[in-house]
Design a protein around this ligand. Sequence first.
Ligand code: MCA
Length: 498
Amino acid sequence: MNGNLYASFDARFLAHAGEPCLRLPGAKDWSHGELRARASAAAGALAGFGVRAGDRVVVQVAKSPECVALYLGCLKLGAVYVPLNTAYTPREVEYFLTDAEPALFVCGEEPHRDAKVPVATLDAAGGGTFPEAAASAAPLDEVAQRDAEDLAAIVYTSGTTGRSKGAMLSHANLASNAETLCETWGWRDDDVLLHALPIFHVHGLFVAMHCVFLTGTSMIFLPGFEAEAFAGHLARSTVTMGVPTFYTRLLARADFGREACANMRLFISGSAPLTEQTFHAFEARTGHRILERYGMSETLMNTSNPLDGERVAGTVGCALPGVEARISGADGEVVEAGAVGEIEVRGPNVFSGYWRMPGKTAEEFRPDGFFRTGDMAFMDAEGRVTIVGRAKDVVISGGYNVYPKEVEDIIEEMPAVAETAVIGVPHPDFGEGVVAVVVPAAQDVGLDAVEEALRGRLARFKQPKRVVNLETLPRNAMGKVQKNALRERFARLFDEHA
Ligand code: MCA
């Protein structure tokens, strides 16, 4: 038995060779057969660049069908795929290149400035040195033999302190989660997925695309989310997956309603909390109850509201089949139903650890193998989970995690700033918006000055959208900044009606 995830996909690609897989508005569709051929060509090109099984390939490119082929080519060759957010600055990317030590870095138009690793390019239009190599390389026909526990991907997650950590995901992690999701969400032979998520994160890359690849179905593949176009494509789709911002932006369109959703059977939401207000507003407008599920990069998907049973607003549903979830108190003891604690998970979906960080890995696992998610939650008597907060200091903006510490460290280097606390407060579009509360050294510090200090050093989505100046930061008796007090005080900062 080959444990390579690609072997499962390959069987579906062959069985559905003549049917569409990637439906590309404005361009010719890619059939399953074509995607399979492109994946083999990509694998051949990777081999030509010197990449071998087990090597890392870091990829920071715009969403394109060619990028999908590159991902599949990596799997087929047995290489380890390391996707990066396209918003990361070259300075941020440098860290990942040093940490992952890839055999190849595939980036957009421009070769990375002082990349110490071999570089290939793949631009948004599907051109570049990588596709050129793929067009002339001998395609790789064999699916590399892999153990199911071998690494398939490393997904970097920022940290509350210090360096980003690479979550190591095996072929088995990805395969088991994909199978479970197809089953749980009742994937049908005639399903058409509307895909508008980025493909450098777990949500768009694994959760969404793997359901299609494992079932031989198809997806309408959009370069990104734009509400009007998205609403239009719903007419030819049956399932979609999005972050809550997708749903609030759809609701903001007066012309969006039942008619647009007539062909749809399932709307799924994740990556950030879906508010009860959005859930109910969406149901009132469309008749659809959005299915919310919960996961993270380290564990893939953990819980889901049911396909057929009651979807309860504000909850993320029960543990998926094969996944165990429990709530632990501060002392590590499992708490009773209804009590708040940290949610811990165990199962075939859970990663094996952080890349080259055995210490960090050990800290996050209990001796019995449960992974500590860092999310605070309670579970009712039926096992339904409600997330109430985070044990870690993290802001979720439009489905992207932003770690305040990373932002604070740079702002505090500004001579004009005595100290700062970066927080997330409710934002009508992104769910949470990043705010820097600043104690100025002398004169008030403006947003422009902060932006200037962060330019080129931090991705735009991590940067504060507002700066507020205070004389002092509220602290508790231990001297710790009371971010809760700040979040309460500035809760209405982005309120359009305030
Ligand atoms: C864009 N901007 C943002 C964000 N996105 N600011 C804060 N938070 C964001 N999420 C800023 C840009 O920097 C830019 O600012 C301006 O908004 C417009 O940029 P644009 O690219 O046009 O934005 P957009 O296309 O409207 O993007 C919004 C979006 C996008 C569609 C919500 O952020 C998105 O696709 N989010 C999905 C994230 C996701 O896939 N998460 C999954 C990871 P300026 O003009 O000032 O420079 S989590 C995961 O995988 C876990 C495991 C899970 O459970 O799913």
